[in-house]
Design a protein around this ligand. Structure first.
Ligand code: ADP
Ligand code: ZN
Length: 437
């Protein structure tokens, strides 16, 4: 099912015309309402009249997270305060959170985009859908909530925390869909297990997971544990929150709601746009936003855009899974390593559980990476607790696999089941001790 075929299945020409028209309008709007953009455009000697088609986007200035921080809290807001009906903030994963105000129309567009995602996952009016993203300043909870209500399904605002109570409700209400971070899905699976609730006792069919990078291996793990089909949902507060892009039933990339959020992928060094298929930094221009529109916002998320039609019938362009954030990338003795690459390697090793940490230290001016990973309980029961040699052998195996696949040689520490901290929101898997001030 497709929520809004007239927008999700437009022909290329129709789409580009609409995007061009909307771009021209939004550029005039920010030029006249946001001094920051007017100044930037004047410095570049461009006026709204220079922006007529979507191809003209390359003439526009970029916006960075630092620009938002420099204009904290509401310096980039375009609409008057009397039009703003809600404020959210980014999580602050990589520094000070940024603040975003939404008008009523912004909230409506967001709900529409969320309904498109949920419909693509197969959610219908009869479903009870649990929202286990945090409610509050974080966009995940309320964003998903309004989408579920807009679609007409039943929203269960479970939020995070109170996982045992939530687990019981999942069973008692026959909840069929859930939205949360992939880390929380794993944590929930553990709690269900402790409570003796099996996936057969549940009616879960659909999971909408996002807010942090996750791998195909993690997808299999979650599907297997919760007995549902796991879909990706992507978004960021500076653009709108979850629903910037979503997977359809083909699960070959995530469709971007590009009639509202125009994507580009650029080379983060030269800032030149890259062709489809090449990995680079994802950049968005909001085409319809009123509260805080952004031009060419550099997300620091790394991915590629995908060419070609999708069998689902949507013509919205697709993006690949996020490989990582440019600021998450670790450089270990000259080699670039993303936590998601380590996750892929670890989860392919059957003895390893999906809980891990990357600890980076600087010893004698050299970077030292330690990978801590929990051993699976069933493996431990099989080999017995009283001898250390299988653990030592496993440490060696993991280290060798890392070396073969990633060309790095970390110190590997196998941890006992349940010994690493669990996360309800976004997981913090990297502990970088090099930057302690
Ligand atoms: P913060 O940047 O402080 O975490 P947000 O709470 O707005 O702020 O989170 C947005 C970020 O979360 C994105 O820029 C991206 O890095 C990450 N993210 C969101 N959804 C996904 C997803 N499906 N896959 C990978 N990363 C994601
Ligand atoms: Zn599709």
């Amino acid at each position: 099912m497709i929520w809004n075929p007239s927008k999700e299945c437009m022909s290329l020409e129709q789409k580009r015309l609409l995007q061009g028209k909307r771009l021209h309008k939004i550029v005039s709007y920010v030029y006249h309402n946001v001094p920051f953009y007017r100044k930037k455009m004047q410095e570049m000697d461009i006026e709204p009249a220079d922006i007529q088609t979507i191809d003209d986007i390359v003439k526009l200035p970029f916006t960075t997270k630092q620009d938002l921080r420099d204009n904290y809290p509401l310096g980039l807001q375009a609409a008057p305060q009397s039009e703003i009906i809600r404020i959210h903030a980014s999580t602050g994963t990589t520094g000070n959170p940024t603040i975003v105000g939404y008008t009523r129309k912004d909230i409506d567009v967001w709900s529409e985009c969320m309904s498109r995602c949920l419909t693509a996952y197969g959610v219908t009016k009869g479903d009870v859908f649990s929202i286990s993203y945090g409610y509050g300043l974080f966009t995940g909870g309320l964003g998903a909530h309004y989408g579920v209500e807009n679609l007409g399904a039943t929203a269960l605002p479970a939020s995070t925390g109170g996982t045992r109570k939530h687990a019981k409700l999942l069973k008692d209400l026959g909840v069929s869909g859930i939205a949360c971070t992939p880390s929380y899905a794993l944590h929930l699976a553990e709690v269900l297990d402790e409570m003796g609730i099996t996936k057969e006792d549940l009616n879960l069919r659909i999971g909408a997971f996002g807010a942090e990078p996750w791998t195909e291996e993690m997808r299999k793990e979650i599907q297997n544990k919760l007995g549902l089909k796991a879909y990706n949902i992507y978004g960021l507060s500076e653009i709108v929150g979850p629903s910037v892009s979503f997977e359809c039933e083909c699960q070959n990339g995530s469709h971007i709601n590009e009639d509202h959020f125009y994507p580009e992928v650029i080379d983060p060094v030269t800032l030149e746009p890259l062709p489809c298929g090449q990995d680079g930094e994802l950049v968005f221009t909001t085409l319809t936003k009123e509260g805080m529109p952004v031009l060419r916002y550099r997300t620091r998320d790394l991915c590629s855009l995908m060419e070609g039609e999708c069998a689902c019938g949507r013509t919205l362009v697709r993006m690949s899974a996020i490989k990582g954030r440019s600021d998450d990338m670790l450089i270990i003795r000259g080699i670039n390593v993303f936590p998601s690459q380590v996750e892929s390697v670890l989860l392919e090793i059957p003895e390893c559980a999906p809980y891990y940490r990357l600890v980076v230290d600087r010893v004698n001016n050299l970077d030292k990476l330690t990978v801590q990973v929990e051993v699976r309980q069933d493996y431990l029961s099989q080999v017995g607790f009283d001898t250390l040699s299988p653990i030592t052998a496993l440490e060696k195996k993991v280290a060798e696999r890392m070396k073969n696949v990633l060309s790095i040689s970390p110190v590997v520490q196998i941890k006992m089941p349940n010994s690493l901290e669990r996360f309800e929101g976004k997981a913090k898997v990297v502990i970088d001790n090099r930057n302690i001030k």
